[in-house]
Design a protein around this ligand. Structure first.
Ligand SMILES: Nc1ncnc2c1ncn2[C@@H]1O[C@H](COP(=O)(O)OP(=O)(O)OP(=O)(O)O)[C@@H](O)[C@H]1O
Length: 743
């Protein structure tokens, strides 16, 4: 591993047992010259940006120096195998601890309460039962603590290891010294008068509880990570490629762009493509969250991972492997979960100083109790309880687990969130600006009327306009071209006049197609006849056609509003958001669309360059603005908004500068994103409040001797498990289906 790598390297880091470890690895990596690294405890991954001259091997070496292990991460499968092994190891240790701790507890209770039952050598038997628990089962804690010690640092494992060893050592010592006496003290808190402490069952019990906690936590974390990687697994692993009319089964990885492949009913698509033959209905639910199957036929674009619910399809591959929409979606979702929320950085810093502070505190508690004339047992109980209860692991898990589940759930619903900042921005937005063409409307226009002025002929007008528009990519142009039919004359000197129209020369004569404003701007007089025609169009968009410097006709086009738009806008209003329709189109068409979907404010006739200004004006007025656009023309406006949401499909999914990408051609994705962002942030807040509150309340209790170490161990484990379970609840987020299923 000595080759220098462009772009970030991903490392799988093992041996981290808490957020403080992640913070330590991150510090170590960032200390390398020119390195920028971010380490995530929940996913056990490090993203490292290396400068020229440093290799992935250097980063791995740095992680090892910090006392952890790392390897360059290649595939999700590696993670799964490593994770499974880790869970199995914890399970074995947990079983041993539980099997031995139970008889040990019973034995010590019986022997303590009924001295007559004691037999010669009972102390030795108890110690023998406790050795595997405090040694083998608690080994992961000791190992991590040792690793830390070697580097002069400490972590929550130090606390646990110290707690277990101290109780065990104390027990052995007091048994050996014969001070266990007649009133054997039970770790469970029943302290007989004048009894001394035998902490064997504390050592065993604490180990069992903490291991159980870590076992469940590791398992749930795997579920959360699995949610993220599940997306990538949706595409079919095999493709039936059609070569010279013969079907041949190949691993999907060998598929090439341009290959024809067959998709049988019930199969998932292995790659993105265009339907070449056949008609069917595709189930896109897993990718876009849309519940109704989508009908497709020749010429339609289809994406990998969707499932064929109808007849046989032959598809020509347009994107394969890492370029498919699905691969890009899952890469984006993983990157998003990997990025750190602002709050997480604070938590990391807190965790890093927390453990040394607790060690000092435990020592102070021990000294304080002894100094105030209490017995060694009392002092010891309080100090061990402080060590054990103070572990900040719930704190470390609070943010990343919620983020991971939130981002993964959003991706399942066709909402790709680029990172935690985007979620945070989504929550604070109060105004949603929607672009009209292609966002609120389908962006597929058709000609609804034509007009000829003076002595021109309508068919001629359409032909001249069509010839120019054939070179344009605007939706208006597509409508004009399809209405003009085949056999159009060629255009020379074509020029797109962005946000206004297009011009060129047809049969050597200059032709301009575009808005009345464009004509005026070019010094072409718009006759009253044309103005009247434009004014009478209502909801349609009218463009004028000028030939040889004179307006000769007009073409009216109409777009259809997306079926879900009105419901989605109603949901946005119900969420307390203000909506604004922003468009380059004229006020008449804009108002008609706004009325149809229920948007109250309209800003029409805005040139593409001025969309940024419109967004900035709203922000200057104190609003937090989300801009929803198609991402191509609206790029600058998306970037100018507090939150840019691009409606995009296909392989360009990852290319957008937007913060959120909606891969669903359905405006419901916007309120879904807002709701899910709110829920995720609420979950993070709930987790943090719980974890902080728990530590804040429990430490004084433990220090004042009110908390038995055993209960401290159980409570500590429970808090981590609760935090992870709370985050996993986000999986259950369902958009209000009733609103849009009946569409
Ligand atoms: N190629 C073209 N041919 C004819 N008219 C055009 C062309 N390009 C733009 N226009 C005119 O300019 C107007 C503004 O175009 P622009 O691309 O800024 O916005 P839009 O596509 O109508 O809507 P939105 O801003 O909602 O995406 C269009 O409504 C149309 O009237």
């Amino acid at each position: 591993m000595t080759t220098a790598v462009d772009g970030p390297v991903e490392l799988a880091v093992s041996g981290m047992t808490c957020a403080a470890c992640a913070a330590r690895v991150e510090r170590k990596l960032n200390r390398l010259d020119g390195v920028r690294a971010s380490v995530n405890y929940a996913t056990e991954r490090a993203v490292v940006h290396l400068p020229a001259g440093l290799s992935a091997g250097d980063a791995v070496a740095a992680v090892r120096q910090a006392g952890y292990d790392a390897r360059v991460r290649h595939r999700a499968e590696d993670d799964r195998a490593a994770h499974t092994a880790a869970v199995a190891d914890l399970r074995r240790r947990l079983v041993v601890a539980a099997v031995l701790a139970i008889p040990l507890g019973n034995l010590s209770i019986s022997l303590a309460l009924v001295p007559a039952l004691r037999f010669p050598g009972w102390e030795a038997l108890c110690v023998l039962l406790a050795v595997p628990v405090a040694g083998y089962s608690a080994w992961p804690f000791h190992r991590a603590a040792l690793r830390n010690l070697r580097h002069g640092s400490s972590s929550m494992d130090t606390l646990v290891s110290l707690g277990v060893l101290a109780s065990f050592g104390w027990a052995v010592w007091s048994l050996a010294a014969g001070s266990a006496g007649p009133g054997y003290w039970l770790g469970f808190g029943v302290t007989a008068e004048g009894a001394d402490a035998v902490y064997l069952d504390v050592a065993a019990g604490v180990t069992t509880f903490l291991l159980a906690g870590r076992y469940f936590e590791t398992r749930s974390r795997r579920n959360a990570v699995g949610l993220l990687t599940a997306l990538a697994g949706l595409a079919a692993k095999d493709a039936r490629v059609l070569r010279e009319g013969v079907e041949q089964s190949l691993p999907a990885a060998l598929l090439r762009v341009g290959d024809l492949f067959v998709v049988r009913p019930g199969d998932a698509l292995p790659a993105d493509g265009v339907v070449a033959e056949g008609a069917s209905a595709l189930d896109t639910a897993a990718i876009t969250g849309e519940s109704a199957p989508v009908d497709v036929g020749p010429g339609d674009r289809v994406v990998g991972g969707t499932v064929n619910r109808g007849g046989r399809l032959v598809v020509r591959a347009t994107e394969v492997g890492a370029n498919t929409q699905l691969a890009q979606m899952s890469a984006l979702a993983e990157q998003a979960a990997q990025r750190k929320a602002a709050v997480q950085r604070l938590v990391d810093r807190v965790c890093a100083v927390f453990v040394p502070v607790v060690l000092v505190l435990a020592a102070l508690v021990l000294g304080g109790w002894l100094a105030t004339g209490h017995t060694a047992r009392e002092a010891f109980t309080a100090a061990v309880a402080v060590l054990i209860i103070a572990c900040p692991c719930a704190l470390g898990l609070a943010t990343p687990t919620a983020l991971m589940v939130g981002v993964a759930r959003a991706a399942q619903l066709g909402v790709l969130v680029k990172g935690p900042e985007a979620l945070e921005a989504t929550r604070s937005v109060d105004t949603v600006v929607l672009d009209k063409t292609g966002t609120v409307t389908a962006g597929r226009m058709s000609v609804v009327a034509t007009a000829a002025f003076g002595d021109a002929d309508e068919r001629e007008v359409l032909r001249w306009a069509g010839a120019v528009e054939a070179a344009s990519e605007h939706p208006v142009a597509a409508a004009v071209v399809s209405a003009a039919g085949a056999g159009l004359p060629a255009v020379t000197g074509f020029e797109a006049l962005v946000g206004a129209g297009a011009r060129g020369e047809v049969d050597g004569v200059p032709v301009v197609v575009g808005t009345a404003g464009l004509m005026a701007g070019l010094g072409i007089t718009v006759p009253p006849e044309a103005r009247r025609w434009l004014a009478g169009l209502g909801a349609a968009t009218g463009v004028l056609v000028a030939r040889a410097g004179a307006v000769v006709g007009g073409i009216a086009v109409r777009d259809t509003v997306r079926p879900s738009a009105a419901d989605a806008v109603a949901r946005l209003h119900a969420l307390g958001l203000r909506t604004v329709l922003l468009t380059g189109d004229g006020p008449g068409a804009a108002r008609a669309v706004a009325d149809e979907v229920g948007i109250t404010e309209v800003v029409a006739g805005v040139r593409p360059a001025d969309k940024v200004a419109a967004v900035e004006a709203l922000r200057a007025a104190g609003h937090r603005v989300a801009m929803v656009g198609d991402g191509v023309n609206d790029g600058p406006a998306l970037a100018a908004a507090d939150l840019g949401m691009a409606v995009a499909r296909g392989s360009d999914v990852a290319a957008h500068a937007a913060d959120v990408i909606l891969v669903r051609e359905d405006l419901h994705a916007v309120p879904d994103a807002v709701e899910l962002a709110n829920r995720t942030l609420d979950t993070i807040r709930g987790n943090l409040v719980w974890a902080f509150g728990y530590n804040a309340a429990a430490i004084p209790l433990a220090a004042s001797g009110l908390l038995n170490p055993l209960i401290a161990g159980a409570a500590m484990s429970l808090s981590s498990v609760l935090v992870v379970a709370n985050s996993l609840r986000l999986r259950g987020y369902r958009p209000p289906r009733a609103l849009w299923d009946g569409r």
